[in-house]
Write a protein that binds this ligand. Structure first.
Ligand code: VGL
Ligand code: ZN
Length: 209
């Protein structure tokens, strides 16, 4: 299938200090993705950046569950929830996009995870699997059909976004070397398997033309 440049968008997931070394929920090598994203970004006429954007009392923070530790899983009304260290609190430096990220043509900065009682790994659907962020409708309204995803973390926000993008009918590729993973209890291998099963293409930055 041929797709014009106008029908394609780069989606940069959560390239925030909170997921980089020194951040609230540091991902190993998280900052190494910035130059890779900067290299591929000029290829895209359309780009969307996302920001994990939590209130301080967010339900996903272990600190808001007395007696619980980060990386434990608890049951919530919408399903199991991993408890995370406090990260990407609204308006803090931890929630800011990396200063060296260069995607000046980005048209939308989408924030997610702002509902206190629901997490949102995906840029499309919150963890209750019912509340939309509006991103699919936005992209569809703009005639965009093909998405190239990168960012943090491969096995959480990137993978959930890629799967929801497929479910919404987009063609989806994930740029592996422009992502880094948390890899909690086999989550990275599972994420790639789930993405492959859903028809997500696994590509490298050198494949982006
Ligand atoms: C993420 C865990 C919690 C991510 C966000 O961006 O992958 N992971 N919040
Ligand atoms: Zn989060």
């Amino acid at each position: 299938m041929t797709t014009s440049a106008a029908q394609r968008a780069l989606i940069v997931i959560d390239a925030q200090y909170g997921f980089m070394p020194g951040g609230g929920l540091p991902v190993a090598g998280g900052d190494a993705i910035v130059p890779v994203i900067n290299r591929i970004a000029p290829r895209f006429a359309n780009a969307v950046l996302t920001q994990d954007w939590h209130p301080a009392d967010h339900i996903s923070f272990a600190s808001n569950h007395p007696g619980r530790q980060p990386f434990e899983t608890i049951p919530l009304p919408y399903g199991p929830q991993v408890l995370w260290p406090t990260h990407c609190v609204q308006g803090t430096r931890d929630a800011a996009l990396h200063d060296e990220l260069r995607v000046p043509q980005a048209q939308l900065i989408l924030r997610k995870g702002f509902h206190r009682e629901v997490d949102s790994y995906s840029a499309f659907m919150e963890a209750d699997r019912a509340t939309t962020t509006g991103l699919a409708a936005y992209l569809q309204a703009r005639g965009i059909t093909q998405l190239v995803l990168c960012g943090l973390a491969t096995d959480y926000c990137v993978a959930w976004s890629a799967l929801d993008a497929r479910a919404a009918g987009f063609e989806v590729a994930v740029v592996e070397d422009a992502c880094r993973a948390i890899d909690l209890n086999g989550s990275l291998a599972k994420a790639w398997a789930d993405m492959a099963a859903a028809g997500v293409q696994r590509i490298q930055s050198a494949d982006v033309h």
